[in-house]
Design a protein around this ligand. Structure first.
Ligand SMILES: Cc1cc2nc3c(=O)[nH]c(=O)nc-3n(C[C@H](O)[C@H](O)[C@H](O)COP(=O)(O)OP(=O)(O)OC[C@H]3O[C@@H](n4cnc5c(N)ncnc54)[C@H](O)[C@@H]3O)c2cc1C
Length: 306
């Protein structure tokens, strides 16, 4: 119910203007989004790297409907990768890309070519690319793209979503040497035919997938804020004798920052997923939707005078 309220709010241009202009809610935006421009995200990346974190930059794009938008997204990534190299922020900072933003729904081949260009720029800059996971109808195409990209850019990674019934099998396929796999719960609303409907079943699937990845030969990237799953991942890393450079934790910018610091201080590699760009509003509403307590936070923020 609350979740659908926030998701509906994601489509409201009026609320977007209010959130952006109210002084307190501007602070909420800044908590979850690094900024609108490359300059801002590079500044935040530097601060995070100075604090011992690694980073994955995500350029927030809308649903790319035209070739021009897809080309602009590719060019944004090429430019930011060049600047990361010049600022010596690689390899600590990598990039995450959504194939949809590179044109997947217009033409899969076009998105593939754009992703290749981004991977080539990342390799040139000395860093890596991870493909975000989107809704289940794109999973096969994304994994095919991944296989193609990894032939020339073997460090290219991909996200898998524990809420999908197929994901245990995908983890088995991808738990091979050099393969970087980000395991997350999954952010998209999916039908029961393809996804586990209950949170408990998603968590159980997450643990089964974690066991496969941690006992396999690849590089697991554990993307969750869930305290129980983080504790299980720490346990599995010890059990499978993985040292800190042989897996990593990933958390979203602004979510449980004290846990990010704790994990880093305990010697784990921690990567902060850092979104930026003009299309920050939909992303913010999705983050707020994940936590019922955020309804009050946002309501107070947009009505506050200070
Ligand atoms: C680095 C990273 C990359 C991701 N990439 C993808 C992707 O490619 N595709 C995809 O579908 N999904 C992706 N996700 C989102 C993911 O699928 C989940 O929707 C999201 O992480 C919430 O699940 P959770 O594991 O944190 O567990 P939850 O059960 O949602 O949360 C566990 C606890 O974490 C805290 N918490 C969680 N969210 C918030 C919040 N917004 N504000 C404050 N506290 C919070 C709360 O204490 C909560 O009880 C990614 C997540 C991360 C961390």
């Amino acid at each position: 119910m609350l979740r659908s309220l926030f998701l509906a709010a994601a489509g409201s241009a009026r609320l977007e203007r209010l959130v952006e202009s109210a002084p307190v809610s501007r602070g909420i935006v800044q908590r979850f989004v690094a900024g609108r421009s490359a300059d801002e995200v590079l500044r935040v990346s530097r601060d995070l790297a100075d604090d011992g974190m690694t980073v994955s930059l995500d350029h927030l794009g809308g649903d790319t409907r035209t070739v021009e938008q897809a080309v602009a997204t590719r060019d944004e990534y090429l430019a930011v990768l060049g600047r990361l190299r010049d600022l010596a922020l690689t390899p600590a900072v990598e990039v995450s890309v959504k194939l949809s933003a590179l044109g997947q729904s217009i033409d899969e081949k076009l998105a593939y070519e754009h992703a290749r260009a981004v991977c080539a720029a990342a390799a040139e800059a000395g860093t890596t690319v991870t493909l975000d996971a989107e809704d289940h109808s794109t999973t096969d195409a994304t994994l095919e793209t991944l296989a193609g990209l990894r032939k020339d850019f073997p460090s290219t990674g991909a996200a898998l979503q524990a809420h999908l019934r197929r994901t245990e099998g995908d983890c088995r396929e991808l738990a091979t040497a050099g393969s970087r796999v980000r395991l997350c719960k999954g952010a998209y609303s999916e039908p029961e035919s393809v996804a586990f409907p209950s949170a408990l079943d998603v968590d159980k699937s997450f643990v089964r997938c974690l066991n496969i990845l941690m006992s396999g030969e690849g590089y697991p990237m554990v993307a969750t804020h869930d305290p129980r799953l983080i504790a299980i991942a720490e346990d599995r890393a010890r059990w499978f004798d993985r040292s800190s450079g042989e897996y990593e934790f990933q958390l979203l910018y602004g979510v449980r920052p004290e846990e990010q610091a704790r994990l880093a201080a305990s010697g784990h590699t921690v990567r902060v997923y850092l979104p930026y760009g003009e299309q920050w509003y939909g992303y913010l509403m999705r983050r707020l939707a994940e936590r019922p307590a955020n309804v009050g936070v946002l309501a107070r923020a947009v009505t506050s005078k200070k």
